[in-house]
Each structure stands twice: as structure tokens, then as C-alpha cells.
Design a protein around this ligand. Structure first.
Ligand code: GLA
Length: 398
């Protein structure tokens, strides 16, 4: 299956990140941890509205090799450049670091804020989660670093779902406050709280989760992840603007979050602004689609599941306005080539789409998608095949 971009097997990830650590610091790391990227099956831009979403963990993971230091200093390096950042652990704080240093170092700050005695450390990061592809490379690195540093501080946070939920919340804090991206929390939950073979039904109102069996193979189906390679950034204001519109609509409607809207027509009638009305309509209908998707998936009705994915894409494109030409082209091409359903996944404005396909059609749909983009002069997408994989954890014990 050379057409797919393969995820690294664990041993490749471990070897790669250890080598990077050795080259940078001329020493062996204490331990190695990893955490995955994700795709969301349905339930987009619902997390910060107290809604429902349904991500799976990808087999693509970010690996971190870490050693504790006794002098309160930090050194960090990644496989995206040969730069080594060096400073005091106290410098890893909001307003003091940015870019990759904020994403890698943010969890140290969030854990310290929560009372963990995080020592100084040396860190190397190597990842096969495509960067900027809307597959949560940011959450993958935060969660891998968070797992490592909590353990170096004397407390494992991967022993049960409560501790994983606690770490996920700390990683959200790191992303919001240190990296400055106002994201909602789905990605960190996906990276830490999923289980292999299942999608994670995450209720963002109370943080509760349910593992939903997601075994496409036994029904002769596959999930394709189509990375459009159109650049995507959540820190550029559009994401924050959507979130602010939802929060202001909730204030006007007198509810804590849009999750509390029970009568959509009545709510829309109370809103004057046409754009805000469309934003609210997306969120409320999308939350309902998650519940329906879980029901039809559990019943094995993949035709209905595909239709819900299509409806989700249309709502994100027309009402929420977070799609873009590259995403629309691959979604349309996948459907035309026989996908049961297709939609953008993640924050949007570029990044990736997913398509639910019959196994026998997977190769021809991947080809059709690449041709559709290429013939329009757009970047030729990378197509991955995704199966719901393991959440983050420790691979080499310190
Ligand atoms: C990004 C954010 C998530 C979520 C999605 C949209 O991935 O990080 O919190 O809001 O966008 O569903």
C-alpha cells in the first residue's frame, strides 16, 4: 500500500527520537513517551460550545525523549530544525516564549501551576504527525511532553481516565495560555483519552467520555484522511473570531453555552445578526449530528453515517464558513468517486478532510482526489488511511 503515508511503528519512533536526543545532548535519555494526532469523525467547532465530538486517535504519534536535570535548566530540540532552545524552567511561561518552544514547553508551566514539582529537563521531539495538517500535531506534542514531565515529577498521569482527563485539561491550559491558541480541548482528549479500535464520544459540557466501537474493517470499509497541504493555523484570528461569535450569541440567548439551546428556531428568532444566526445554526445542528452518527454507526448503517458527514461539511462550509477551496475540492471529488461521505475535519481553513469509503474503492478514490486537486493547480494531497489507535503513554520507562 505504498500510496499511503505510513505512521512510524513504535520502534522506529523510539529509535528516531533517541538518536535525536543523543546527537543534541551527547547522552542517553531517561525515558521515551509518545502521544498521537487525531481526526474527528464528526462534531466540529462544538467543543468550546459545551457540545459533543467524536475523534479517533491516529497511528501517527509524536515521540519525546526526556531526561531530568537537577539545575532547573531546560534544553529542547525537535526534528523540524536543528535549533536547541536553552533557558531556565521559569522562562517557560505565558508571554515569555512563542512558536514551537511554547508548544513543547507549555506543559511544564501548566504542570507547575497545578503543583507538580517539574525538574529541569533535556527534551528531544520527533514526530510523524504531519505538521499544520489539522491533525493535532500541537496536542500530540503537548500530551507527550505532559506525560513525560508528570512522570519525572513523580506522578504518572496515564494510569486511568481521571488522570488522563486531568493531564488533557493541563495541556489545554498550556495551549491557550502559553501558546496563545484559544482552542477548545477536543484534541488533547483525543490524544490521551481514546482507546484503540474506538472513537471517543466526548461531552464537553462535563468532560465525560464514552468509548464507541469503530471497526470499519469488519464492514469492508476504511477511513481515508486527506491532507490538502493547504496551510492552516489556529492562532491567526479566524478560529478565535468564531469562538467569540458563539460566546456572544450564548450571552444574548441567556445560556451558559450553545449546548443549552433546545429550540433552534426560537433561538434564531432572538438573534438579529444573520452571520451569528448561521454560526449558531451550525453548532446546534452539528451537536445533534454527533448523537445521530453514534446511533447509526452502532447500528452499522454506514450510508446514514456518510450522509451525516456530508451534512456536517455543508454546515461548516456554508454556515460556519471555515472550509476553503482545497477542502471543498477533495470532499466533492471523494464523494463523486464513490465515498459514502466526506467532510473537513479539525479547525478548517486548510488542513485535512476525511472520507468514509468501501475498501475496494479506497485506491481509486485516493487517486481521484489527488487528480482533482492537481488539475486545479492546487497542492496534490497526501492520503493516509486511518484506524483508531492507541492513546498516549510511556514507551520506555525512566
Ligand atoms: C481545532 C481545535 C479544537 C476544535 C476543532 C474544531 O482542532 O484545537 O479544540 O475546536 O478545531 O472542532
Amino acid at each position: 500500500m505504498s500510496e499511503w503515508q505510513q505512521a512510524w511503528p513504535s520502534e522506529v519512533g523510539v529509535r528516531t527520537v533517541r538518536e535525536l536526543f543523543r546527537t543534541a545532548y551527547d547522552a542517553e535519555p531517561d525515558g521515551v513517551w509518545a502521544s498521537p494526532g487525531r481526526v474527528n469523525l464528526i462534531g466540529e467547532h462544538t467543543d468550546y460550545n459545551g457540545g459533543l465530538c467524536l475523534p479517533i486517535a491516529l497511528p501517527h504519534r509524536t515521540y519525546v525523549a526526556v531526561s531530568a536535570r537537577s539545575d532547573g535548566r531546560v534544553r529542547m530540540t525537535t526534528d523540524i530544525g536543528d535549533e536547541v532552545w536553552e533557558g531556565a524552567i521559569s522562562e517557560l511561561a505565558p508571554g515569555q516564549v512563542s512558536g514551537w518552544v511554547a508548544y513543547c514547553g507549555g506543559p511544564a508551566w501548566a504542570l507547575r501551576e497545578a503543583g507538580f514539582e517539574v525538574p529541569g529537563f533535556d527534551l528531544a521531539v520527533a514526530s510523524c504527525v504531519p505538521l499544520g495538517a489539522g491533525l493535532s500535531s500541537s496536542a500530540a506534542v503537548e500530551c507527550a511532553v505532559g506525560l513525560a514531565l508528570a512522570q519525572l515529577a513523580g506522578q504518572r498521569l496515564d494510569t486511568d481516565d481521571d488522570s488522563r482527563a486531568r493531564l488533557a485539561a493541563l495541556c489545554v491550559r498550556a495551549e491557550n495560555e502559553v501558546a496563545g491558541a484559544p482552542t477548545g480541548g477536543m484534541d488533547q482528549a483525543a490524544s490521551l483519552r481514546t482507546t484503540a479500535g474506538h472513537a471517543l464520544l466526548l461531552d464537553c459540557r462535563d468532560g465525560s467520555v464514552e468509548q464507541v466501537r469503530f471497526d470499519l474493517a469488519s464492514d469492508g470499509l476504511e477511513l481515508l484522511v486527506i491532507d490538502t497541504r493547504a496551510s492552516h493555523s489556529l492562532a491567526d484570528g479566524q478560529y478565535g473570531a468564531r469562538r467569540a461569535a458563539c460566546e456572544s450569541a450564548a450571552r444574548i440567548l441567556g445560556v451558559a453555552t450553545l449546548r443549552e439551546v433546545t429550540d433552534l428556531d426560537a433561538a434564531l428568532a432572538q438573534l438579529d445578526d444573520e452571520e451569528v444566526r448561521r454560526r449558531v445554526r451550525h453548532v446546534v445542528t452539528e451537536i445533534a449530528r454527533v448523537t445521530e452518527f453514534v446511533a447509526v454507526a452502532e447500528a452499522g448503517d454506514w450510508t446514514a453515517a456518510g450522509e451525516l458527514m456530508d451534512a456536517s461539511h455543508e454546515s461548516l462550509r456554508d454556515d460556519y464558513e471555515v472550509s476553503c477551496l482545497e477542502l471543498d475540492v477533495v470532499v466533492t471529488a471523494a464523494r463523486a468517486a464513490g465515498a459514502l461521505g466526506a467532510r473537513m475535519t479539525g479547525g478548517g481553513f486548510g488542513g485535512s478532510a476525511i472520507a468514509l469509503v468501501r475498501s475496494e474503492d479506497a485506491a481509486s478514490i485516493a487517486r481521484a482526489v489527488r487528480e482533482a486537486s492537481g488539475s486545479r493547480g492546487l497542492p496534490v494531497p497526501d492520503v493516509h488511511q486511518a484506524t483508531p489507535s492507541e492513546p498516549g503513554g510511556c514507551l520506555v520507562e525512566p
